[in-house]
Design a protein around this ligand. Sequence first.
Ligand code: PHE
Length: 446
Amino acid sequence: MSAPRGEFTSRFGFLMAASGSAVGLGNIWGFPTNAASNGGAAFLFTYLILAFALAYPALMAELIIGRHARANAVTALKSISSGRGSTMLAVFIGFSGIITVSLILSFYAIVSGWMMAFFLDPIARLIGLDGFSQWLTEDAVLRNSIFVVLFMMLTVVIISAGVKDGIEKWASRLMPSLVIILVLLIIYVLTLPGAMDGLRAYLVPDFSRIADPGLLVDAMGQAFFSLSLGVGTMLIYGSYIGKDENLPTVGSLVALLDVGIAVLAGMLILPAMYVALGNGVEIYDAAGGLIAGPRLIVSVLPALFNTMGFMGIFVALAFFSLMTIASLTSSISMLEVPVAYGVEYHGTERRTAAAVIGAAITLIALIIVFNFDLLFDLVVTYTTEKSQPLLGFAFCIFVGWIWSRNDILAEIKQGCSGAESGLFWRIWPFYVKFICPVAILVVYFQ
Ligand code: PHE
C-alpha cells in the first residue's frame, strides 16, 4: 500500500461530490425526454417511487460497503465475503464494475466532448470566429476526437489531484454553479411563448401509461443510471466518508438532490422544446414521438437558441456550460473507480494511475468515435441496460445474503448510534434482501 487514503473533509464536500456523480447527462437530458415520451407526470410518479424504493436501498448498500471497507470495489467486496465461492464472486463483480464504468466513461466522454464544443461555439460567435463556430458545431470525426481528448484531460487532471484537492474541491465549486445556472435558465425559458404547453406535457399525467411495462423498465434504468449504481462509484465515494457521518441521512440527501435536479431539468427541457416548436423548429421524430437522445441536445436545442437572436448566444453559453459541468462531475467519479483500484491494489502512484487509465479509456473512446454507427449504441446498451442492473442486483445480494447482518449494523451505527431502532434499519435490510433483487430481476427480464 502506498500513500494514505484520501477522505472528504466535510458533509458538504461529500454531498457535492456524490450528487455531482449522480447528476449528469442522465438527469438533464435522459430524464426529461424519458418523461416526455412516457406519459409525463405518470413517468415522474413511477420514477419517484422506483428511485426511493429500489435505487435508494441499492445506493445505501454501496455506501455502507465502501465506508466499512475503506477500499476500492474489489478489495471492499472481498473483505465482506466469507467462503471461497463468495470471494471469487467478489473479485468477479468488482472487476465487472471497473470494466463497465470504464466503458461508460468511454461513451460519456464522447457526448461530453460535444457539450464542450457547443459551449465554445457561442464564445467563437461573440468574437466573430464564424468559421471556427461552424467547425465546432458540425459533427465530424476530427472534432469529436479532439474534444474527447480535451475532456478526458480535464477529468485526469482533477483525479490526479486526489480526493480532497481534486474531487471535493471541484465538485464543491461546480455543483452550486450548476444549480444556479439551471434555475436561471428555467426562469428565463418559462417566460417565453409556448413554454406552458411544455410544462403541461411534463406535469399533466397520462395515467393510462402507468401500467405500461416499457415505462417501468425505462424508469428503473433511468434511476440506476442516474444514481451511478452498480459500478462501484458510490462505493468508492462511500469509502472516503468519515466514520462519524450518518450514512442513511447523507444517502437520502444524495438521492433527493439527484431526483430534485432531474425534476428541475424537466422544467427546463420540455418547455424549451415547446418554445422551439413555436419558433418553427421540428421537435417530433418520424414516429411522432418527441425527439430524444443526442439529436435533442445537438440539433433541436441549438436550433432553438439560434431563433432567439443575440440573447440566444448567452442562453446557449449557459446551457452548454451546465451540460459540461454536469458531465465533468460525473466523469471524475467514473475515473476514480479504476484509479482507486490501481493505487490501492497495485501500489501505483495516483498521478500515474490516472494518466495511464485515462489514456486507455481515451483510446477506447476514440475507437468508438471512429466506428460510431457500429459501436456507440452497442456500448451504451451493453453497459447501462445489461451490465448496470445486474451489478446492482449483485450488490444487493452481497449486502442481503453474504455480509453478516451484525457487521452491517455495526457499520451503520458509527455516526448513527440509534440506528437499531430507527426506521431505516426496520425497513432497509428486508428490502435489499428480498424486494430489490426480485424487483430488479423482474424488471430486467421484462
Ligand atoms: N449518474 C450519471 C448521470 O446521470 C452517470 C453515471 C453512471 C455516473 C455511472 C457514474 C457512474 O449522468
